[in-house]
Every structure is written in C-alpha cells, then in structure tokens.
Ligand binder design. Structure first.
Ligand code: CP
Length: 311
C-alpha cells in the first residue's frame, strides 16, 4: 500500500496545538458517554494492529479496549522483538509495510527513540506512538493533561512538580511539550542528579517561554504545587546497575509527604509504580493515578476515532 501524506499520525507531543488539545479533550468527554452506553459500532470492520516491542499493561490494553468499544477489531503482538519476524532480521520498515496491508491503524511501542517516525515514513495507515524508548509517550501525556483538566478544572495557571527519573522517563518529556500550550504554567523538575530533565526539553520550554525550576528537594516544593507527577526510575534504561542505584529510592510519596501537600492538590503517576508511591496514599482522594489510567481509555478512543475518520 502506498504511503499517504495526509494520515493522522501521533508521533510526538509537540504536534498538538491548544485548540487541537481542546477538541481532543471534548471528544474524550463524549467517549465517556459512549463507554457508559456500552460502546458503539462506528468502526465495525476496521482493524487496529498493536505492535509492542516493549512491555505494557495500560497502553496496549487501553488501546485494545478502545478499539473494541468502537466496534473495531484488534490484531497484534506483544513482545514483538521475540514473537514477530524482527527476530529473524526483518527491518522495522518492512514490518510496517506488511502490517499496512493488514490493518487500518498501527499502535506501536518500540525500544528506540524515533522509531515511530521511521514507521510513519513508510506506513500507508496512521501510526500512533505508544512510546519510543526514552524519547516520547505522547498518548500518555494527552491522558495526563486530560486528567489534570478534569481534576483541577483548567491547565492554565498551574504549578506542576515532575518527580523522579526525568532523563529516561519519556512521559515527562511529552507532558512538558503539552503543558507549553497553556498559560502561566510553572514546572518544577525534581530529580536525582544523574537523571535530570534533558537539555532538549529545557530548550523547548525556554523557546516557548515556560517557567521552570530544577531542584533535588521535593519536600521544599511539595506544599506549593497543584499537581505532583511522580515517575518510576526506569531501571531497564540505565547503562549500569551502579547508575541505577544512585537514582533509586530518593523520592517516595507517602503519608508524610501528602501532609505537606495542599488539600486541593493531586498526585499523578503514569504507572506502573515500583515503590515510589506508598500504598497508604491510595485511599487519599488526592491520589488520582488510577482515575488517570482510566482516562487513557477515553483519550485513546478519541485518538482512534480521529485517526480513522481522517483516513
Ligand atoms: N503508563 C504506561 O505507559 O504504562 P504501560 O507501560 O503499562 O503501558
């Protein structure tokens, strides 16, 4: 199938303008009604491929659930590095060319930064980036922003702390790019010294005039933020166990930290967590991370709908 120019790919978070985000959030709201009504059949006969070269629970299953809720079908492979013909040496480009002939939409997670762009360059159907190595995770950032809007009422004028592994944690890169669309946002980047927010992200925020501060002191900032966005230390991406050990265990959200936070603040986490939010926090109404994961279904329904309508 020929490569088309006008496909609705989602490759990175910088591609979204404020008006596109507002449209997407409105569509996601209406998808909540669709789910409450038991789904519909608007994409019956359409097929989505999920091609995952890295592990996933939320992203893959919420995309698959989303397509099913819209009446479509799903084919795919998890652990694609092992169970697709990549293991026999097939290039990513050839894999995508083949899948293009079998389905109407590709959702791909890959180990390498830029893999989604490579896929889109040869694809005849829309490609949705479900995470490319330590690069970006744009659909996660969309659901994060949607959650913030629902929980806080607006994305303008917020103080947001991003905490943890800001170097390898791709969700904070994409969320920064999304937040740059909103007014009077201030971001606190709080990380161990060996995994700071990358210069490329800071450069983008500088160009967009977004205020940010880098610090290692979570306790000093916790009381002044609307959103505390905690992240996992991405053990699988560190060059050595010693480097991982330097970063691990420094920031834990527990009842004591929650006591420092405002009564109207929320705690988010893209999940999975690996000890950086204590389970005692789950019962606190400010713990919004399970609601956040649920919102992934609605955002991904809206994205699938948009991508298939644009085809
Ligand atoms: N947040 C997220 O991407 O989770 P999964 O790795 O389980 O998909």
């Amino acid at each position: 199938m020929a490569v088309q120019d006008k496909l609705y790919h989602v490759l990175g978070a910088k591609q979204f303008s404020r008006s596109e985000l507002e449209e997407l959030f409105a569509a996601s709201r209406s998808m909540e009604d669709v789910v409450r009504a038991g789904g519909d059949r608007r994409h019956a006969g359409r097929i989505m491929t999920t091609l995952f070269f890295e592990a996933s629970t939320r992203t893959r299953l919420s995309f698959e659930s989303a397509m099913n809720r819209l009446g479509g079908s799903v084919i795919g492979t998890e652990n694609a590095a092992q169970f697709s013909s990549a293991i026999k040496g097939e290039t990513l480009e050839d894999t995508i060319r083949i899948i293009t002939g079998y389905s109407d939409l590709i959702v791909m997670r890959h180990t390498e930064i830029g893999a989604a762009k490579r896929a889109a360059a040869v694809s005849g159907v829309p490609v949705l980036n479900a995470g490319d190595g330590a690069g970006e995770h744009p659909t996660q950032a969309l659901l994060d922003a949607y959650t913030i809007q629902k929980e806080c009422g607006s994305l303008d004028g917020l103080n947001i702390a991003m905490v943890g592994d800001l170097a390898y944690g791709r969700t904070v890169h994409s969320l920064s790019y999304i937040l740059a669309n909103f007014k009077d946002v201030k971001i606190y980047y709080i990380s161990p010294e060996n995994v700071p927010i990358p210069p490329s992200v800071k450069h983008y925020m500088d160009n967009k005039g977004v205020r940010y501060e880098e610090t290692t002191d979570l306790n000093a900032v916790a009381g002044s933020v609307d959103v505390l966005y905690q992240t996992r230390i991405q053990k699988e991406r560190f060059p050595s166990p010693e480097e991982y050990d330097k970063a691990a265990g420094q920031y834990i959200v527990d009842a004591e930290l929650m006591n420092r936070m405002r009564r109207d603040a929320i705690v988010l986490h893209p999940l999975p967590r690996a000890g950086e939010i204590a389970e005692e926090v789950d019962a606190d109404p400010r713990a919004a991370y399970f609601r956040q994961a649920q919102n992934g279904l609605y955002i991904r329904m809206a994205l699938i709908d948009r991508a298939l309508q644009a085809e």
